[in-house]
Design a protein around this ligand. Structure first.
Ligand SMILES: [Zn+2]
Length: 442
């Protein structure tokens, strides 16, 4: 990639800026949370930063990458990508905009003998006391501006600046440039993820998308749940540097499911804030689609389902914490909780199974396309459970009516499939193998 070169004067490259420079260069700032180390500052930290400025204390180094954004007319716009200092810059801009009051514990601001009490008030840049403004603007910050470093190098600089913080999995895989990585980067900007509350920092959304792609490539839909660890994920990125059919169809599937869920959830994707929840919901939707379940339109109320599910998981977690036991009703939700935060095959499968069962049990009229005569494994489990593992239509004395386990029974259409009876839980009953054979021969 050869970006057009431009003289370094497009950016201020000296090592000290005034706050005034920071304010002037504001239109050029790209505060990209993907490079951020932690979530948004809360509590006292913003006020403490302004307090440090008032006291003339040091607030640390700011790192920028000077980049050129191409415009339609062929020219370019110089910008600063903020590698380190995003929260501090946001705080300073917030303060200038009048969104942040100075701390009540801050000192008076003194300029040539005159004392100004600025405390407990929100000041915009314009309404600052005229005598105070220039010296506030003149406060010096230390800066380092790199020029047109590529994304990988910026990620490495960032990681090293953060006290030698090691690159996380997302940053490591993101550095493997190729077909998979470029597509994952694109897909990760999807509205579904934008509406969700899953973290954006340190390429987390790319990591989530990579997980979904990995589940497709390794065919979770056929019951294969491999470990989405760094080694396997790296292999995926490396194997698929060039476009392959498997990679292409996995990526297309992820895009399709993101769009499906986006249609279903809209802004209520904000219910999802945990990676594990996102990946599990993704898998369930993808599985249903790939197994010919009819789930377009409003047959599944995803919003209600996700909201309730997450509430129950929270209840289960609190109950265990407070009492040391968890009720029968919340057991599965607790199991789900225990499998969160880990993307090894076993944890992913456990979560997937739990959500699948809860979902299809809750929407028993969800059916498979009419071409599908057989009940799906998850439907079978629910039908058997609902029947209390008893044969529901004994045909003759050969019936083994009680204790018909999953391996010993079969799900049967109440209204026959031939008569357009749907392959849904609602239209399913549990028969022992004997009765199913007898019934079938009549
Ligand atoms: Zn029977």
């Amino acid at each position: 990639m050869s970006a057009p070169r431009q003289s370094q004067e497009a950016w201020i490259t000296r090592h000290s800026w005034s706050l005034w420079n920071l304010l002037e260069e504001r239109p050029k700032m790209i505060l990209n949370p993907e490079y951020q180390r932690s979530s948004v500052w809360r509590g006292k930290r913003p006020k403490l930063l302004i307090d440090s400025i008032l006291r003339g204390w040091d607030i640390g180094l700011f790192l920028f990458n000077g980049i050129l954004i191409p415009r339609e007319n062929g020219s370019t716009l110089p910008k600063y990508e903020v590698i380190d200092g995003q929260q501090r810059i946001r705080t300073i801009y917030d303060f200038f905009d009048g969104h942040l009051a100075i701390s009540g514990e801050s000192p008076d601001f003194t300029i040539s003998g005159a004392v100004y009490d600025l405390r407990d008030k929100k000041w915009t840049d314009e309404d600052f006391p005229p005598a105070v403004r220039p010296s506030f603007h003149a406060y010096i910050i230390k800066t380092q501006v790199y020029i047109q470093k590529d994304e990988q190098e910026v990620a490495r600089i960032f990681a090293r600046v953060q006290d030698g913080l090691r690159l996380n999995n997302a940053e490591r895989t993101n550095a493997i440039i190729g077909y998979i990585r470029n597509n994952i980067k694109d897909i990760s900007g999807h509205t579904l993820l934008q509406n969700s509350r899953v973290k954006l920092i340190r390429f987390n959304r790319r990591w989530i998308t990579a997980n979904c792609v990995y589940r497709e490539i390794t065919e979770f839909v056929n019951g294969n749940f491999l470990d989405a660890n760094l080694k396997n994920m790296k292999e995926m990125y490396n194997d698929n540097i060039r476009r392959t059919n498997i990679a292409r169809s996995a990526l297309a599937q992820v895009k399709r499911i993101y769009s499906y869920l986006d249609t279903q959830l809209g802004v209520r994707a904000d219910l999802i804030s945990k990676n594990s929840d996102f990946i599990t919901i993704y898998m369930v939707a993808s599985y249903l689609k790939q197994n010919d379940f009819i789930i377009d339109g409003d047959v599944i109320n995803w919003i209600e389902f996700i909201e309730n599910f997450i509430i129950k998981v929270g209840e289960a977690r609190r109950m265990m914490r407070d009492t040391g036991v968890v009720s029968e009703e919340l057991q599965q939700y607790y199991n789900y909780y225990r499998n969160m935060g880990r993307e090894n095959g076993v944890s992913a499968k456990n979560r997937f199974d739990i959500v699948m069962e809860k979902l299809i049990a809750l929407f028993p009229n969800v059916e498979r396309r009419n071409s599908q005569r057989l009940f799906d494994d998850y439907q079978k489990r629910i039908i058997a459970k609902n029947a209390n593992y008893q044969c529901q239509e004994p045909q003759d004395s050969g019936c083994s009516s009680t204790d018909v386990g999953l391996a010993d029974g079969e799900a049967d259409h109440i209204i026959p499939w031939i008569e357009k009876g749907p392959t849904s839980i609602e239209n399913g009953q549990w028969l022992c193998q004997h009765c199913n054979r007898v019934k079938g021969s009549r």
